[in-house]
Design a protein around this ligand. Structure first.
Ligand code: ACO
Length: 331
């Protein structure tokens, strides 16, 4: 198969756990308040997986929804990319579990690790595969279950995160629709600001690690905040410049849903009205690689994105990484 057409998103879907954890619930767990969390982050509640649920359960539901939204069946998918850092188990790739559950036997599937930027990294990989003609219909899923890597005794991080999954089908699209440009980046010197210290080849778990929560996320919130505020605006401006556009051409921005103050800083820097930024983090918190596709799915369902609209997705996360993409919405 060769493909001279552009690639674009032809279907989206998402799935979150049923269980809601509110700020008031957190008040009973750590020394915090609903007011602090809402003022400092914009989050009111988040969804948390129940016992027995795992990342692939939500990834599968989101993937199925995206395939159905695209009017396709799982057998039409010829590549599966799952952006996550909280797979069901360290081995094998959780994408393979999703592939099997979808009934796509033989379809290549792999996990992609780029923290909260993973979904947009995945879109860029899918775009390259579709445009090159290697694969025609790629399922890109962003799924994370942060509740299993959250230190529930650390008030500076446990109030931020939630669980969920979002997905998109990438395929050839007609006319001037589809992806116009991507801007991907990483700065490994910032790895120490957002990491899980133990559990890998550098530092396998010891009983002390588990007792001291070193198998959970450790974050320098201030450092990540400074990085996020800078990179979100810069990456958006750079990706628009790559396709000869400016912020004036943008109809909707889907930013990584980490903190309303970070999003507000982009509103100010880019000089766009707040209505052009889709925000739903009040309901879900920061769901890492799932945050952008969940927001994208909701924005489409609410009619906030229409055929022909110029849509920017922009994320940042552990690595430190960042990723932005511009597309003309195809349907
Ligand atoms: N409730 C009440 N007080 C708190 C809480 C809490 N949950 N957490 C921290 N505080 C206190 C601190 O102890 C500190 O108190 P002190 O002044 O007496 O020392 C005070 O609030 C200020 O704390 P800071 O950490 O300095 O507050 P900051 O303005 O940096 O806001 C926040 C913290 C919200 C975490 C912010 O740094 C942030 O959003 N950073 C970015 C995080 C992010 O986006 N991460 C996602 C990246 S991708 C990924 O996660 C995979």
């Amino acid at each position: 198969m060769t493909c001279a057409k552009r690639a674009g998103i032809v279907g989206v879907g998402s799935a979150v756990p049923d269980r809601v954890l509110t700020n008031f619930d957190l008040e009973k767990m750590v020394d915090t308040s609903d007011e602090w969390i809402r003022t400092m982050t914009g989050i009111s509640e988040r969804r948390i997986a129940s016992e027995g649920e795992a990342t692939s359960d939500f990834a599968l539901k989101a993937g199925k929804a995206a395939i159905e939204n695209a009017g396709l069946s799982p057998q039409d998918i010829d590549l599966i990319i799952l952006a996550t850092f909280t797979g069901d188990t360290p081995l094998p790739a959780t994408a393979c579990l999703v592939q099997h559950a979808l009934g796509c036997e033989g379809t290549p599937a792999f996990d992609l690790a780029a923290g909260c930027s993973g979904f947009v990294y995945g879109l860029a990989v899918a775009d390259a595969f579709v445009r090159s003609g290697h694969y025609e219909r790629v399922l890109v899923i962003g799924a994370d279950m942060l509740s299993c890597v959250t230190n529930w005794t650390d008030r500076s991080t446990c109030v931020l995160f939630g669980d969920g999954a979002g997905a998109a089908v990438v395929a050839p699209v007609n006319g001037d629709a589809g992806f116009l440009a991507f801007e991907l980046g990483a700065d490994g010197s910032g790895a120490k600001h957002l990491h899980i210290p133990a559990g890998g080849s550098r530092h396998p778990y010891t009983p002390e690690d588990l007792a001291q929560h070193r198998d959970k996320i450790v974050m320098e919130g201030r450092e990540v905040f400074k990085f996020a505020v800078k990179i979100q605006g810069e990456a958006t401006e750079r990706v628009l410049a790559r396709c000869g556009m400016t912020t004036a051409d943008v109809d909707m921005i889907i930013p990584h849903q980490a903190n309303t103050r970070i999003i507000e800083s982009a509103v100010n820097r880019l000089g766009l009205p707040t209505e052009k930024f889709f925000v739903n983090l009040n309901k879900y918190g920061n769901t890492s690689a799932a945050s952008i596709p969940i927001a994208l799915d909701e924005a489409v369902a609410e009619g906030k994105i229409k055929k022909g609209d110029t849509v920017v997705t922009v994320g940042f996360g552990a690595g430190l990484t960042w990723a932005a993409g511009v597309m003309k919405w195809a349907y």
